[in-house]
Design a binder for this molecule. Structure first.
Ligand code: PLP
Length: 449
């Protein structure tokens, strides 16, 4: 039966990334509260949230310390902007804390309200940088097919999702896309190593096509998240680094998902030994308790922007919002003081990855993969040929529905099932996740038999 909330929602609310007409027919599930790694709905169902919301609730749900810090900050200073030659303690302290955790050559932060706004900021900052370097032709961005960089016009254009480009005449001019390092899909007869080099070299080919004097930056997620937890072969990033250095092109590492402990390091750039010029961040920064994002800026770009740039004509009403910044700072302090990132690295992530690998033996699983606290698996009918179970990538949605019915949130990306649980997940909760994931796979297999 449709509840009062569902009726209001159906009448007045347009949902993000949803077919609202279809949603109104099935009624959206009403989530009422959450604790630890679990969310609860109004019918009393308890679900293990193996996606940490949208890859963001790193610290888990229900942390009173974050509520308390928000309440205190709201009483003292609920809002003030940072445009008018003013600052406040939450923004300044948060910027310093982020700089202390980032790679050592990155010491400045520009705040935004989201990951998409962070990538819009990157776009303007990079172009400004090259203008100030007297290289005004360096304007083009190179990204990758199936990348996700947000949903604003620039974010969706930098992203490589065809279904997003179809709506709104995207991408905008000045953005090209090259191969993604998706071995399971595109590897063919190559070894992982050889495929990683080949995928990276599609960047070099694009630079030569556009002309190195026209290329400003390459943007990439360290591992692709929304595209299906695509982990690049080990040969990929070193080859990308070689190419970017050769042609004097900036590296933007989009750490919106991978930042704040998800790989077992504070940033995936440390995991992969990357030296980004710019790093967009969001999500785990506040564990999703309040909206906040930003761009961590490397010294090279920061010095030019600041020493030569004068006014940077860019910013948001909520850049460095004091309540969001205070919550983010407390969130990072808790991740640090409770040793959560270290525990991910040394204990819980190795355990999750070991258990996740067991699913590779399942008859409809063509591959499992993962690192840190993210993992994915490919649903197939034939393990050798990688033939999919059903046309039109429908099996993922079916598997997701079985999983939800069993009390586990996994996300489908076409025929890939992905997870990204809160970093506080325990080994016992990993066992529960595995049991439920296995049951969802069994039921999916049965459904297609
Ligand atoms: N960049 C990456 C890698 C993301 O995964 C996302 C969101 O999932 C974004 C940017 C956009 O962030 P937001 O949804 O906060 O705008």
């Amino acid at each position: 039966m449709t509840s009062k909330i569902q009726a209001l929602d159906n009448k007045h609310h347009i949902h993000p990334f949803s077919d609202s007409k279809e949603l109104h027919e099935i009624n959206p599930r009403e989530i009422t509260h959450a604790e630890g790694v679990y969310i609860y709905d109004d019918k009393g169902n308890k679900l293990l949230d193996a996606m940490a919301g949208l890859w963001c609730v790193n610290i888990g749900y229900g942390r009173q310390e974050l509520v308390d810090v928000a309440t205190k900050q709201m009483s003292a200073l609920p809002y003030y902007n940072l445009f008018f030659k003013t600052t406040h303690a939450p923004a300044a302290k948060l910027a310093a804390k982020i700089a202390s955790l980032a790679p050592s050559h990155m010491n400045k932060v520009f705040f935004t309200g989201s990951g998409s706004e962070a990538n819009d900021t990157v776009f303007r900052m990079v172009r400004r940088y090259w203008d100030l370097k007297d290289k005004p032709t360096k304007k083009q961005f190179i990204s990758r097919e199936n990348a996700y960089h947000g949903s604003t016009v620039v974010g969706a254009s930098l992203g490589g999702m065809g279904y997003m480009h179809e709506q709104g005449d995207l991408p905008i001019a000045g953005i090209s896309h090259v191969e993604q390092p998706y071995f399971f899909k595109d590897g063919g007869d190559l070894t992982q190593e050889a495929f990683g080099i080949k995928a990276a070299q599609s960047l070099e080919a694009k630079i030569l096509e556009l002309g190195e004097d026209n290329v400003a930056a390459f943007i990439a997620e360290p591992f692709q998240g929304a595209g299906g937890v695509i982990i690049p072969p080990t040969s990929y990033w070193p080859e990308i680094k070689r190419i970017l250095a050769k042609y004097d092109i900036l590296l933007v590492v989009d750490e919106v998902i991978s930042g704040f402990g998800r790989t077992g390091e504070w940033f995936a750039s440390q995991y992969y030994d990357l030296e980004p010029d710019l790093m967009p961040i969001a999500k785990g920064l506040s564990s999703g308790y309040l909206p906040i994002g930003g761009v961590i800026v490397g010294d090279k770009v920061a010095e030019t922007l600041i020493d030569k740039g004068g006014d940077f004509n860019h910013g948001f009403t909520y850049s460095g919002h004091p309540v969001a910044a205070a919550v983010a700072l407390k969130n990072i302090e808790l991740l640090e003081s409770e040793g959560i990132v270290e525990r991910v690295k040394n204990e819980t992530a190795p355990y999750l990855q070991k258990r996740w690998k067991e699913l590779a033996a399942h008859p409809i699983v063509g591959e499992t993969r993962g690192l840190g606290m993210v993992a994915g698996l490919e649903l197939v009918r034939d393990k050798d040929t990688h033939e999919r179970i059903a046309p039109n990538s429908k099996a993922g949605g079916i598997c997701r529905d079985f999983s939800m019915a069993n009390g586990l949130i996994m996300r489908p990306c076409g025929d890939t099932m992905i997870i990204s649980p809160p970093l506080v997940i325990t080994k016992a909760e990993v066992d529960e996740l595995m049991e439920k994931a296995l049951k969802a796979l069994d039921e999916t297999a049965k459904h297609y038999n």
